[in-house]
Design a protein around this ligand. Structure first.
Ligand SMILES: CC(C)(COP(=O)(O)OP(=O)(O)OC[C@H]1O[C@@H](n2cnc3c(N)ncnc32)[C@H](O)[C@@H]1OP(=O)(O)O)[C@@H](O)C(=O)NCCC(=O)NCCS
Length: 157
């Protein structure tokens, strides 16, 4: 099984990225209004990522970098027919590695309530449960090397 987390750049990758997010995080939750032209997707400090299994796009996540060494993980989604097969765990592990490469020491995310047990299994700590999208955080082991740009980054998997 070949698994790769790659930065979204090509038009076909953007299409796959938005299709997974729109379906898993909006349509399956009965929501509409997904905006595939949202300006946040194209900010220089934001890294949109696509998880591929044997070449097929199966998951998405975005890592937002910041100057205070805290990053934010956004919109984690695994295609419904590939959920509960260990891919979400791999995706989060790879995001942590990427965050470490960028010199981050802490990650935060706002979770869907039904996904909180998933993050807690992966070592995330609850920071604020008193909100509709609970805030969780995780410390990152950053290597002592200089942060890279993220351009062309490929998972070592
Ligand atoms: C939540 C999600 C990203 C998890 O990815 P996944 O590939 O299904 O998860 P994995 O198979 O890697 O599961 C890792 C572990 O977490 C557990 N787990 C996964 N989803 C869970 C959930 N919703 N509740 C409780 N445990 C969960 C698995 O049982 C597994 O435990 P194990 O290692 O003890 O067997 C994925 O199911 C998904 O996209 N869900 C819909 C969208 C969503 O909720 N996204 C999160 C928004 S914050």
């Amino acid at each position: 099984m070949a698994i790769e987390l790659q930065q979204v750049k090509a038009i076909k990758d953007w299409r796959a990225y938005h299709a997974i997010r729109r379906h898993v995080l909006w349509e399956l939750r009965g929501l509409d209004g997904y905006d595939d032209r949202h300006a946040d997707e194209h900010k220089p400090a934001h890294i949109p990522l696509l998880l591929r299994k044997d070449g097929l796009a199966v998951g998405t996540v975005r890592l937002d970098l910041s100057n205070d060494r805290t990053g934010v993980v956004r919109l984690v989604a695994i295609r419904r027919d590939y959920q509960r097969q260990g891919l979400g765990r791999i995706l989060m592990c790879e995001v942590e590695k990427l965050a470490a490469k960028h010199g981050l020491c802490r990650l935060e995310l706002h979770a869907a309530p039904d996904a909180v047990p998933f993050y807690e299994k992966l070592g995330w700590a609850m920071i604020d449960a008193d909100r509709s999208d609970p805030l969780l955080a995780k410390a990152i082991q950053s290597p002592a090397h200089d942060a890279g740009s993220g351009d062309g980054w490929r998972s070592p998997l």
